[in-house]
Design a protein around this ligand. Structure first.
Ligand code: NI
Ligand code: MN
Length: 224
């Protein structure tokens, strides 16, 4: 099966990498912009959770239990998930990497807050494509060094402002590590994070024209 990235709305994505289905921050129930219903989620191999705010931890635990999927998160959230009955909760921490189902998963920093542990992002390295999900984060620059080691094909970046970077800072952020493709996320779900993704696209094109910005509609699938 071809690799792809599908936007499920807000910060939720479904990835296909090397034939493995990965969900990141699957907040489906209660997400006013969800592209799918919880019942329509197909067999999942891996769930990545960037932090435990409700719009990210979302339905992770229920989906992990349903499919016996591996739930990967910062140590404290993994312990919580395990206590909730998730059989395959895998804890790691910032800067660490693990091999799961033939994929390398690297936990990156994020500048944000959380109840349990600390917020993170993920770099997922497949044999053909490497995808980075920034989580909820303010601007930081260490990602440049991670991307030198793990060059990024597709970066999923929050642009909604208020809780994360806005389009201008998000453009500066991606210009630091120059992914092949940048996809904006975490905007437009609620009034308070209403932003124009074209502003992000314009800013990126001005700062770093080698990066292709792809504005996905909710439910859109980007084949890689
Ligand atoms: Ni958050
Ligand atoms: Mn959020």
């Amino acid at each position: 099966m071809k690799d792809y990235v599908k936007w499920l709305g807000h910060a939720a994505f479904e990835l296909m990498l090397d034939g493995k289905r990965i969900l990141i921050d699957p907040w489906i129930r209660g997400n006013p912009k969800a592209a799918v219903k919880l019942e329509d989620i197909e067999d999942v191999d891996i769930i990545l959770v960037t932090h435990d705010h409700g719009d990210h931890l979302g339905d992770s635990i229920e989906i992990a239990e349903k499919f016996d999927a591996k739930l990967i998160s910062v140590y404290e959230i993994a312990v919580y998930a395990s206590n909730q009955g998730v059989r395959n909760a895998i804890g790691m921490n910032v800067g660490g990497d693990i091999e799961v189902d033939g994929l390398k998963i690297v936990m990156t920093p994020s500048l944000h807050s959380s109840e349990r542990g600390c917020p993170v992002g993920f770099i997922i390295v497949g044999s053909k494509n490497t995808v980075y999900h920034a989580g909820d984060t303010g601007f930081f620059s260490d990602i440049k060094y991670y991307a030198e080691v793990y060059p990024i094909d597709v970066a999923l970046v929050p642009i909604g402002g208020v809780y994360t970077m806005n389009p201008v800072m998000a453009a500066r952020f991606v210009a630091l590590f120059k992914p092949r493709i940048a996809v904006p996320m975490h905007y437009g779900t609620f009034d308070v994070i209403e932003k124009d993704p074209k502003e992000f696209k314009d800013q990126v094109e001005r700062k770093e024209p080698t990066i292709r910005v792809i504005i996905l509609g909710i439910g859109d699938k980007l084949e890689l």
